[in-house]
Ligand binder design. Structure first.
Ligand code: UFG
Length: 355
């Protein structure tokens, strides 16, 4: 059966909220499951302002097994799940690893168990380019070997991919032995490896809402330009890159949102079953200094920054080969770096107006 109703876990978060907008605009019904630990319930009002439709929000902690299974029982008519909900701060995960393993892995296991109780077997999972570590060859394809994780957060992504692959394998093995349950559909899972999502919706009504001091580059830039932080620290200019600063594949969050809908629709393609992995990036890498230059050019703001020492655990450079997603999902990122930095700034300005 084609997907009509979708459960989006973490749907009030940064990537989740943009994906919910895209789903609603394409006519899907959306149920959001979120514990609001790193987002606000009012995001659903902003989503309604953009789309004219208010998604249903269930405030639930998916790492609580009883609560999670109850949620899936109530919403057993959903045909697909997009599972964003997870904790994602690298530094915090180093300080509090058990919270990260429990939160990110328990919730995945319970979501799978909840789906297993109903007929829902279609899942889009949020993975990360962090599984590649510092690759030997660039750009990375989906076949580039994964590296040991550099922090507990990254490890939860790696382990989650393994859990999904093992589950699919077990399902296939049972079916091959004729032990599949009658009427039980095979699992269809895509794990999407995001590169560096930045930017915000063109309406400036939704965007990234970091808790406290931002860890990531883009919100740090916008908060510095807004006067909330005195100065951006650029972590190292002695890397083996053209300007000495690290290179990442920054992707507009709206391009990423569109990719999720394409991925979900791919699950309905005849012949697809099991699990597959996709890189979601633009295919172009930019250095930290190039992002700063783009921000200054696109917004007309002067940014106060200084070069300091390297940040521990940072990789030097990575960008994606996106051929597989372009070819199979029929999707391509089309928003450029200036559009990313300008939209992030407009969102920051909007936040300031409300504060
Ligand atoms: N950077 C600065 N100053 C800052 C913040 C970042 O110079 O204040 C630099 C970093 O050194 C890096 C680049 O900006 O070179 C991007 O840093 P981000 O923190 O924005 O992104 P990362 O690529 O380090 O992090 C990403 C994801 C994580 C993931 C991690 C794994 O955001 O989810 O990759 O390496 F775990």
């Amino acid at each position: 059966m084609k997907v009509k109703k979708v459960i989006v876990t973490g749907g009030t978060g940064f990537i989740g909220s943009h994906t919910v907008v895209e789903l609603l605009q394409r006519g899907y019904d959306v149920i959001i499951a979120d514990d609001l630990s790193n987002s606000k319930a009012s995001v659903v009002d902003r989503i309604a302002e953009i789309t004219g439709k208010k998604p249903f929000l269930e405030v639930v902690d998916l790492s609580d097994r009883t609560a999670c299974l109850h949620f899936f029982k109530i919403h057993s008519d959903a045909e697909a799940v997009i599972h964003f909900a997870a904790a994602k701060a690298v530094g915090e995960s180093v300080l509090n690893p058990l919270h990260y393993y429990r939160n990110n892995l328990d919730s995945l296991l319970y979501v799978l168990e909840g789906m297993g109780q109903s007929a829902c077997r279609k899942l889009v999972y949020s993975s990360s380019c962090t599984v590649y570590g510092q690759p030997e060859h660039l750009p990375v394809t989906e076949d580039t070997p994964r590296q040991p994780a550099t922090c507990p957060y990254a490890n939860t992504k790696r382990i989650s991919e393994d859990i999904l692959a093992d589950m699919v394998h077990g399902d296939e093995a049972r079916r091959a032995k004729g032990e599949g349950m009658e009427g039980d559909n095979p699992w269809k899972i895509l794990a999407l490896r995001y590169f560096n999502p930045i930017g915000a919706h063109a309406s400036a009504l939704i965007g990234e809402l970091p808790n406290g001091v931002p860890n990531n580059l883009m919100p740090y830039i916008t908060q510095t330009a807004a006067g909330l932080r005195p100065c951006l620290q650029v972590f190292g200019d002695d890397y083996d890159t053209p300007d000495g600063t690290p290179i990442r594949d920054y992707i507009h969050v709206c391009d990423l949102a569109e990719a999720h809908v394409a991925a979900m629709e791919y699950l309905d393609k005849p012949g697809f079953e099991g699990i597959d992995f996709f890189n979601l990036g633009t295919g172009t890498g930019y250095s930290v200094l190039e992002v700063i230059q783009s921000f200054e050019r696109a917004t007309g703001q002067k940014l106060n920054y200084k070069i300091v020492g390297r940040r521990e655990g940072d990789i030097e450079q990575i960008w994606a080969n996106t051929d597989k997603a372009n070819r199979l999902l029929g999707w391509k990122a089309h928003r450029g770096l200036d559009e990313m930095t300008l939209s992030a700034w407009k969102w920051q300005e909007n936040l300031q107006k409300k504060a």
